[in-house]
Design a protein around this ligand. Structure first.
Ligand SMILES: Cc1cc2nc3c(=O)[nH]c(=O)nc-3n(C[C@H](O)[C@H](O)[C@H](O)COP(=O)(O)OP(=O)(O)OC[C@H]3O[C@@H](n4cnc5c(N)ncnc54)[C@H](O)[C@@H]3O)c2cc1C
Length: 349
């Protein structure tokens, strides 16, 4: 590989911050690139390297892209039998990779694959795992029982007890400290195409019994809506009142070139499909503009949209929490406000 430098170290990954690289539909999953950026930030604080593990077939072509987001060493397992994700061989490969690399932190996307493989790896190597972290930080920790202080450990931060508290979870004694993070939670960094990295081929021994499944056909269903990539999201909540009235939200989104989102109450009431749900158990979004219509602003909803660059809230209740975090708030009935906003927008051409 031309854009590769040699480290000369026996194990360049020792104590690194490691990211498990996932590929989806022939591309590197955005969440993996977001996590490399976060790993870089933490590795710089810890004065260690960023490593990545990619398992599959035909992934070498993505090495430069992975380096450009901040990775130093890519551990690559190329095997045609691993072209598609399979629980048993992928888990085995990753367990062996982590054993060889010995990172101090290992991060995974909270995707369906990440949610399958990360707990299996954690239980095999007997370490803890915090799922769906909303923030990761490095800090010190004093064990209240033993008074022992642990320096520079991973704070795994996430909502707990139904989102009513924000918990900081630590695994001071075991390595690696493992966490999953959903797409959109960490900001995607700016790639630096001049960054160089090293590819280290991984060697993993498989047994025939590791490949127990015989895949006859693979059908990939496309996501109906891509909220993560949307610049403008018009979201409706329980306040919209009915699936029929949700047409207002669709019309508003169409008029301003946005994508339709919804609160969990809107989804549970059948106003809009689950693909559109924003929040802790939906999609995490970072649009330039988020318009919340008839959404109260419960913490679980805010967890998925509070990093939007600008938030507009339309709510009939002046005390709605959404109005407190919004950059612009309109107190009023959305049935009156939205048609006026569409009209005003259209009249400006
Ligand atoms: C573990 C867990 C996970 C969860 N995950 C999510 C999640 O991912 N996403 C999510 O959204 N929620 C989630 N929730 C649910 C969350 O707690 C709230 O119940 C939900 O967000 C409320 O949705 P809402 O704001 O649409 O409804 P409500 O809280 O009922 O609010 C409706 C709002 O509409 C306003 N309103 C009513 N009529 C009008 C009108 N005509 N014009 C203008 N405003 C009007 C009201 O003043 C009110 O503020 C989760 C809960 C739990 C426990």
């Amino acid at each position: 590989m031309s854009n590769t430098k040699k480290t000369g170290k026996k194990n360049p990954g020792k104590d690194s911050v490691l990211v498990y690289i996932e590929s989806q539909h022939g591309e590197i999953a955005q969440v993996s690139l977001e996590l490399i950026g976060k790993a870089r930030e933490m590795a710089d604080k810890l004065s260690v390297t960023v490593t990545a593990v990619a398992i599959g077939s035909g992934l070498k072509k993505f090495a430069q892209q992975i380096f450009s987001y901040g990775c130093d060493t890519l551990y690559l397992l190329e095997d045609k039998r691993l072209a598609y994700y399979e629980t048993i061989p992928y888990t085995k490969a990753l367990v062996q990779a982590i054993g060889q690399i010995q990172p101090q932190i290992a991060l995974f996307g909270a995707t369906s694959i990440g949610r399958d493989i990360a707990p299996r790896v954690a239980s095999t190597i007997k370490v803890g795992l915090t799922a769906d972290c909303t923030s990761l930080e490095i800090g010190d920790h004093e064990d209240p029982r033993t008074k022992k202080t642990y320096q520079n450990i991973l704070y795994q931060i996430r909502p707990a007890f139904g989102g009513n508290i924000i918990a900081t979870i630590v695994s001071p004694e075991h390595r690696p400290q493992m966490a999953t993070v959903r797409e959109g939670v960490m900001k995607l960094g700016m790639p630096d195409k001049s960054r160089k990295g090293v590819i280290v081929p991984l060697k993993v021994k498989f047994a025939a019994k590791d490949f127990v499944n015989h895949v006859i056909k693979r059908v990939i269903s496309q996501r109906k809506v891509n909220l993560t990539a949307a610049h403008i999201i018009v979201s409706g909540g329980a306040g919209v009142g009915s699936r029929e009235n949700f047409k207002l939200i669709w019309d508003f989104a169409e008029a301003i070139g946005g994508v339709v989102g919804g609160s969990r109450a809107a989804v549970d009431n059948g106003f809009v499909d689950h693909d559109h749900q924003v929040g802790q158990t939906g999609t995490t979004v970072r649009p330039k503009l988020y318009i919340a219509c008839g959404i109260s602003g419960a913490i679980q909803h805010r967890a998925g949209m509070e990093h939007a660059s600008k938030i507009i809230a339309i709510n009939s209740d002046p005390n709605a929490p959404m109005l407190k975090i919004a950059h612009y708030g309109i107190v009023g009935d959305l049935n009156q406000v939205i048609p006026k906003m569409i009209k005003a927008y259209k009249s400006k051409g």
